[in-house]
Unconditional design. Sequence first.
Length: 78
Amino acid sequence: MADIQSPLPGTFYQKPSPEEAPYKNAGDSVAVGDTIGLVEVMKTFIEVKSEIAGKFEAYVAGDEAPITAGEILATLND
């Protein structure tokens, strides 16, 4: 099991917009560089990209949740 951590503090979003589906669902393949979410900092959205490949397990951080740098956002099975 591997973790994807937040690169910075802010608000975490699992979806590109409120009307769309989450970036990843349980069982989805994740390649290095895949976007798994967004972190908003002062109205700027930064893509969170996976640095490892594997199978998406689950989001740990809730959608629209406040997060800190280094907080676990999602888990993968490698």
